[in-house]
Design a protein around this ligand. Structure first.
Ligand SMILES: Cc1cc2nc3c(=O)[nH]c(=O)nc-3n(C[C@H](O)[C@H](O)[C@H](O)COP(=O)(O)OP(=O)(O)OC[C@H]3O[C@@H](n4cnc5c(N)ncnc54)[C@H](O)[C@@H]3O)c2cc1C
Length: 420
């Protein structure tokens, strides 16, 4: 029989310790949330694979990916963030008690940030594993183009990303060779990009080819292509090879719970909220137009901030709005709406009338939009009645006499009915 799992409790659990996850954790830790980052391999994520990051603001001379990520980690630890190195195996994200499981432990969290990033799709041909990343096979022209000045590079793929990034590479490289699986003149990219590529003197095409294998002594020296019609092997001497054949988000774990788009990325709104309350996504795993350290950091900051806000609201909801000592009357109002403002002194007067028998709480939808959503009272102004820590009635009809009759019923009778 498998050993029973240990249970541990946190405010915020961040899945993935790349730049997105670490930033969310810094914001969580700084807001004094009990925060845990669970990372399956190396703290720092994909950013640690790059020798030099030149486009992250604040480092005009560039900085090593590993070094930058060490600083992120140190800052998170400074704010009390805890780390666990283990792959997350299962999650249960619905409801207020969310669980994230590793081999031995079930971590309970009030809020979860998904920052699992992803990885570039590989070809799986011989030699590939030997030359990944700083050994010659790249996946990011924005990141590595500057190191290709006056070099010969190869691009694999013929979709929009391949052709557009290939064109970008011509600004640096002396020659960009594109390996295209299709017949001469056929690419998968949009027509404008195709035309631009065909006109670009630095670009050359190897039609009807696929990669057979890679060769080199310690570093990539040549890509051996294969003609798909004849089977002939065609070695090309190159300094670097860029893959643009797709990217795979690490989202299998969340399938069936979190909404994914057709490519497996997590759609969020601008507050990094997913379809599940209290679950946020940040960085490369998100449906977005740019996947970089700077964008992951921005997403992580918003996700950490929103997680803190969500948890604060959850506490207000449980401890104040759903208090069980007295029957409750919650006035949900918008401070920018005249009718809402005018009625505020009226509910206060009604509470005075029922002093000691009813507790009045106020929800300002401007500050507490999620609270109003949780109460199911998004229209303002409206009233929500509670008893024994549960919502028993809601109304948008605000007439003092009816409210008083409803409150008498709430105080005196087991069965509650809103006064007509
Ligand atoms: C070679 C290379 C060079 C790059 N150069 C640059 C550059 O110069 N400038 C730039 O801005 N960007 C660069 N990038 C892109 C940048 O690294 C990414 O955009 C950034 O790392 C994304 O951060 P993230 O936190 O969203 O995801 P990631 O960095 O991918 O981190 C996700 C983390 O989640 C972990 N994880 C996944 N699944 C699980 C699980 N089940 N349980 C626990 N942990 C899990 C992974 O192990 C990983 O550590 C480069 C990328 C590569 C590959």
């Amino acid at each position: 029989m498998p050993a029973a799992k240990d249970h541990q409790y946190y405010d915020l659990v961040v899945i993935g310790g790349g730049p997105g996850g670490l930033t969310a954790a810094i914001y969580g830790g700084r807001a004094r949330l009990k925060t845990l980052v669970i990372e399956k391999s190396l703290i720092g994520g994909l950013a640690t694979y790059t020798n030099e990051i030149c486009n992250f603001p604040g480092f005009p001379d560039g900085i090593g990916g590993l070094e930058l990520m060490r600083q992120f980690e140190k800052q998170a630890k400074h704010f009390g963030v805890e780390f666990k190195i283990s792959p997350v195996k299962a999650v249960s994200l619905d409801g207020d008690d969310k669980t994230v499981e590793t081999f031995r432990t079930v971590y309970h969290a009030k809020a979860v940030v998904i920052a699992t990033g992803g990885k570039p799709r590989l070809l799986g041909v011989p030699g590939e594993e030997l030359f990944l990343y700083d050994k010659g096979i790249s996946f990011c022209a924005t990141c590595d183009a500057a190191s290709c000045k006056d070099k010969v590079v190869m691009v694999i793929g013929s979709g929009d990303a391949a052709v557009e990034e290939g064109l970008f590479l011509t600004k640096f490289a002396s020659k960009v060779i594109m390996s295209v699986i299709h017949e001469e003149g056929h690419m998968d990219a949009n027509a404008v990009a195709q035309q631009d590529a065909m006109r670009e003197p630095k670009m050359e095409f190897r039609w009807n080819t696929v990669v057979d294998h890679f060769e080199g002594e310690g570093r990539l020296e040549s890509v051996v292509l294969k003609d798909t019609r004849t089977g002939e092997l065609l070695p090309e001497v190159v300094d670097r090879c860029f893959y643009f054949i797709g990217y795979l988000p690490a989202t299998d774990l969340f399938r069936g719970q979190v909404t994914l788009d057709e490519r497996g990325y997590i759609p969020t709104n601008t507050r990094m909220q997913t379809n599940i309350e209290g679950v946020f996504a940040a960085g490369d795993v998100r449906q977005t137009c740019l996947r970089q350290v700077a964008t992951a950091v921005g997403d992580g900051a918003i996700a950490g901030f929103e997680a803190e806000r969500y948890i604060a609201e959850l506490e207000v909801y449980e401890k104040q709005l759903m208090q069980a000592e007295l029957p409750g009357m919650i006035y949900v109002y918008s401070p920018i709406d005249q009718r809402s403002r005018d009625f505020l002194p009226v509910v206060r007067e009604i509470e005075r009338h029922f002093a000691g028998q009813v507790k009045l709480s106020l929800v300002d939808t401007y500050k507490g939009e999620c609270l109003a959503g949780r109460l199911g009272a998004v229209d303002t102004p409206s009233l929500v009645y509670t008893r024994n820590g549960k919502v028993v009635g809601k109304t948008k009809v605000l007439e003092p006499q009816r409210i008083e009759a409803s409150l008498r019923d709430l105080i005196e009778h087991e069965e509650f009915e809103l006064a007509e």
